[in-house]
Write a protein that binds this ligand. Structure first.
Ligand code: MV4
Length: 503
């Protein structure tokens, strides 16, 4: 087993990974940029090393700097988290070359899934259903047009080097095709330096359902069931849940088996996720594979009882899985809400700032994976996610009730957050009946009226109160109240304003 691990990431995921490492008796090493000197992951780590200025291209993404820290600190492995270098095959191979274990798949597995046309070919060979489409990129727009007409509109022109929604053009009518196709080629060149574009039949109003898999070095592979991720906007997930409310057991089992086959087809080792589109008739199609731990992994942990990071570490150390598929079950229901410093009323504009007051929900069935603490300033340089609020319930209704309770308990003052927006989602009829698909948020936003001020006003009021209380504390030499001293207790005061806000 490893003695000391470098966590090559920041924020909540670095904190999450370090927690499992600590539980396993492994020392933790953090890296940080100028913007993260005071961030939570730096405080959590046993050691921390500076890796450069705020822009990630000059710090968290510089392979040589990260490896140098690993060597200097004497690490025997590196956990990449998600984003940054997590799906960089060059980094995965460079770790292996410098005798630090990369906690992820081999570089060649990352590359096999990274190029979409190649991945589709490999998947077809492994009997994994893919969306009908061309085998390879099509160079000539006229040739592509003939193919599209045979296929029938709508079709999708996709960049072979794309992924996560980048480099896609939907074409609904023949007249638009040539321009859109050429546009997709230009975009592919400017975004990826690779102009290859291929054609797929467009699957209308699908659900996005993904399967978590786990494979060890000894060829044992299991799936940890699905996550339903259709609540998203511009390819940013907002809410995820498991089980998927419309999936039957037969389809679930099939999807799981297919996902494990997909992983084996690229000699995958470690934790990974296979994404599918699920159409209204219950047909599912391989979309892409994410060769990393994902943001939304906690809801899988809640229904399976497994610690995915712990298993990433064990598998990376060469240990075999000590359970098989038949040992696993989905127990209850889990939901994640991604809590962001953003303003849903202003086109989801990021609103990073300083957290004046923070009180995170706790209690039965609640888990908060947070990257912040009270008084911390959220850097403007990175994704403005504050935390992931996850709940577990005995069934879906229970989980929804718990999530609404937990959202209500959550106090973040000093900035606008999307907590109020989550409450809207969690009370929407299409969410409640589970029928929603990837058009849910776009459709909702097109018709949405700005809600009554609630969380937003409360946050601003609370910021004023926090400042006031701070002044008072300086004057009295003691910020906290003793007994029933009313206004001096910030939580009681805040509670009163929260109730007022609801009148
Ligand atoms: C599609 C599709 C419909 N038909 N492919 C978006 C992300 C990228 N991984 C692929 N995506 C899609 N591919 C075909 N043939 C619809 C989407 C899509 C989508 C997929 C998952 C979650 C949200 C989405 C939102 C819009 C479009």
């Amino acid at each position: 087993m490893f003695d000391k691990v470098l966590v090559a990431n920041r924020g909540e995921i670095a904190v999450r990974v370090m927690r499992s490492l600590k539980e396993m008796g492994i020392e933790t090493v953090a890296v940080y940029s100028d913007a993260d000197r005071k961030s939570l992951h730096v405080r959590m780590a046993d050691e921390a090393y500076h890796v450069g200025p705020a822009p990630s291209a000059e710090s968290y993404l510089v392979i040589d700097k990260i490896l140098e820290v690993g060597r200097k600190a004497g690490c025997d492995a590196i956990h990449p988290g998600y984003g940054f270098l997590s799906e960089n095959s060059e980094f995965a191979d460079a770790c292996a070359d410098s005798e630090m274990t990369f906690m992820g798949p081999r570089g060649k597995s990352i590359d096999a899934m990274g190029e979409k046309t190649r991945a589709r070919t490999l998947m077809k060979e492994a009997d994994v259903p893919v969306v009908p489409g061309t085998e390879n990129a099509v160079e000539e727009a006229e040739e592509a047009f003939e193919i599209a007409k045979d296929m029938g509109f709508p079709v999708l022109a996709k960049a072979a080097a794309g992924g996560g929604g980048k480099g896609m053009r939907r074409v609904d009518e023949a007249e638009e095709f040539i321009d859109s196709f050429k546009g997709a080629q230009r975009e592919a060149i400017s975004s990826f330096g690779n102009g290859d574009v291929y054609i797929e039949k467009y699957v209308v109003d699908p659900k996005h359902v993904e399967i978590q898999i786990l494979v060890d070095e000894h060829g044992n592979g299991v799936h940890l069931f699905e996550r339903e991720c259709s609540v998203q906007r511009r390819h940013q997930k907002i809410t995820e849940e498991t089980p998927c409310p419309v999936l039957d057991d037969e389809t679930r089992r099939e999807m799981g088996e297919v996902a494990v086959r997909a992983a084996h087809a690229v000699d995958y080792v470690g934790a990974g996720t296979v994404e599918f589109l699920l159409d209204a008739n219950g047909n599912f199609y391989f979309l892409e594979m994410n060769t990393r731990l994902q943001v939304e992994h906690p809801i899988t942990e809640m229904v399976t009882g497994l610690d995915l990071v712990r298993w990433q570490v064990k598998v990376a150390a060469g240990e075999p899985l000590d359970f098989e598929q038949s040992d696993l079950e989905q127990r209850g229901h889990a939901i994640e809400c991604r809590v962001y410093a953003e303003d849903a009323d202003e086109n989801f504009r990021p609103t990073p700032g300083t957290i004046d007051l923070l009180s995170e929900p706790t209690g039965p069935g609640v888990r908060v994976d947070s990257g912040v603490y009270e008084g911390m300033t959220i850097p403007v340089n990175y994704d403005p996610m504050i935390s992931k609020l996850c709940v577990w319930g005995e069934d879906r209704d229970h989980a929804i009730q718990r999530m609404r309770r937990a959202l209500d308990e959550y106090v973040i003052a000093g900035m606008t957050t999307n907590i109020g927006f989550h409450e809207e989602v969690l009370t929407h009829p299409d969410f409640l009946d589970g029928s929603y698909n990837t058009e849910f948020i776009p459709d909702y936003m097109a018709n949405r009226d700005k809600p009554e001020p609630k969380h937003r006003d409360i946050a601003e009021l609370a910021a004023v109160l926090a400042t006031h209380r701070h002044d008072e504390a300086l004057r009295d030499g003691d910020g906290d109240d003793g007994e029933q001293s009313g206004p001096k207790s910030r939580w009681k005061t805040l509670g009163r304003y929260r109730q007022l806000g609801r009148l």
